[in-house]
Design a protein around this ligand. Structure first.
Ligand code: NZQ
Ligand code: ZN
Length: 388
């Protein structure tokens, strides 16, 4: 195991019926909240009304900012920053999925900046302050409720990239698994794909092999999600499965699983984000397309970690590491296929993908994260060719 620092200050309030505690958490942070929401699902489900009532009962004035889209866009984010500034919001409350939480974090930081937020996204400005953020996640997928990550798409340049900053880590997250019961099954599937990816990219790309605890944590998250989604396929209203999946999504991406594994990379997210940016493809779908292809590519270079994962998750036995890694890619494709997640660009509705453009954008992400070792635009393109 390697040395590490793990510091995660987000307070979690978890359980069915906890939404009415939002106001109490918010009122210690400010008296006027920008309430950031998406396209209307939580208004229809009643979640919005409960949160708003809780905030107002605690003496927190609410300023509404709705309309965050999946793959949240810079143009909409800029409107939120303007509203946060002009309304004098003292805190940001995000109620929705990862897109809402991510845009809310960016608004929190942008509200304390003089320059345009794209200056930060392109490395020309840094963050020095942010309004406090509270999240109320209504999708179990991204883990945004307990990390400092936010992923924004510049809708002019069609560049999507994840940023991370401690300043925007939520102060508290109010997590009621019952809020996720209204998510359609096909989106719940893509959420499961995303969680599995979060709990997998570290363990598949690390080089230290003396990490039995971390391997076990990450693999348990994966097994839990695989079990939950199987149950939800049979009964989308299975609240116990929704509950376990929600906590698994948080643990998959809050830094706990990879603490101590040393350097690791996110090749599948690096390959997936440009697909989301160029074709507005849902995040989980980008991952089910690229992940088996990346595994097949990696099997020829360094198959040991994929082979370990395949043995642990799918019970694969026999063969050398390369063979096992290739079989793992096939087994993962089979899992996606059973769930109905797309395996190719065409299955995701992308008939003529611009593989060169996608590879270039992935290469730019790799460089910006210092994860470009072993990659070139040509090798990235060769992985994408496997997804056609
Ligand atoms: O906008 P509304 O009407 O709310 O509809 C949303 C949206 O259409 C709907 N939804 C949300 N809660 C619902 C619901 N429908 C019914 N019942 C509910 N309770 O779900 C749709 C998808 O919402 P979205 O927020 O986009 O989903 P998700 O949580 O999967 O977030 C995806 C975004 O997060 C980024 C992704 O790239 C993508 O932009 N990620 C963020 C990460 C992070 N912050 O750590 C890490 C991830 O790897 C990921 O990149
Ligand atoms: Zn993800």
């Amino acid at each position: 195991m390697q040395s590490f620092v793990y510091h995660n200050p987000t307070k979690i309030i978890f359980g069915v019926g906890v939404l009415d505690r939002t106001g109490a958490e918010a009122s210690v942070l400010g008296k006027r909240a920008l309430l950031v929401t998406g396209g209307g699902s939580i208004r229809r489900s009643g979640v919005y009304g409960t949160i708003r009532a809780s905030l107002e009962a605690a003496g927190v004035e609410v300023v509404d900012f709705s309309g965050v889209e999946p793959n949240p866009k810079l143009s909409h984010l800029r409107q939120g920053i303007e509203l946060a500034k002009s309304s004098g919001a003292e805190l940001i409350v995000a109620a929705g999925g990862g897109s809402v939480m991510d845009e809310a974090k960016a608004i929190a930081a942008g509200a304390c900046m003089d320059s345009d937020f794209n200056d930060y996204l392109t490395g020309k400005a840094s963050l020095s302050a942010a309004l406090p953020v509270i999240t109320v996640p209504t999708v179990a997928a991204t883990g945004s409720e307990m990390n400092g990550v936010f992923v924004i798409t510049n809708d002019e340049t069609r560049v999507k990239n994840g940023m991370a900053h401690d300043l925007v880590r939520p102060m508290a997250s109010i997590m009621d698994p019952a809020t996720t019961a209204t998510i359609p099954l096909d989106y719940t599937v893509l959420a499961a794909v995303d969680i599995v990816s979060h709990a997998t990219e570290g363990t598949l790309t690390q080089t230290d092999s003396e990490t039995p605890l971390q391997d076990g944590l990450a693999d348990t998250v994966v097994r839990t999600v695989m079990d939950c989604i199987q149950r939800l396929m049979a009964d989308p209203g299975d609240l116990a499965a929704r509950t376990n999946m929600m906590w698994a999504s948080t643990l998959a991406w809050n830094g706990l699983c990879p603490a101590g594994i040393g350097p690791w990379a996110k090749p599948c997210h690096m390959l997936g984000h440009p697909i989301g940016a160029m074709y507005n493809t849902l995040h989980g779908a980008t991952l089910s397309i690229v992940t088996p292809a990346w595994m097949e590519h990696q099997a020829e270079i360094d198959p040991a970690r994929i082979a370990r994962w395949g043995r642990s998750i799918f019970g694969l036995t026999g063969g050398d590491d390369r063979t096992l890694a290739l079989t793992t890619a096939t087994a993962l494709r089979g899992w996606y296929q059973n769930l109905g997640a797309p395996l190719t660009f065409a299955q995701a509705g992308i008939q003529s993908p611009d593989l060169g453009g996608l590879a270039e954008r992935s290469m730019n992400i790799a460089r910006s994260k210092g994860e470009d070792k072993g990659w070139s635009t040509a090798t990235l393109r060769s992985v994408l060719e496997r997804c056609v």
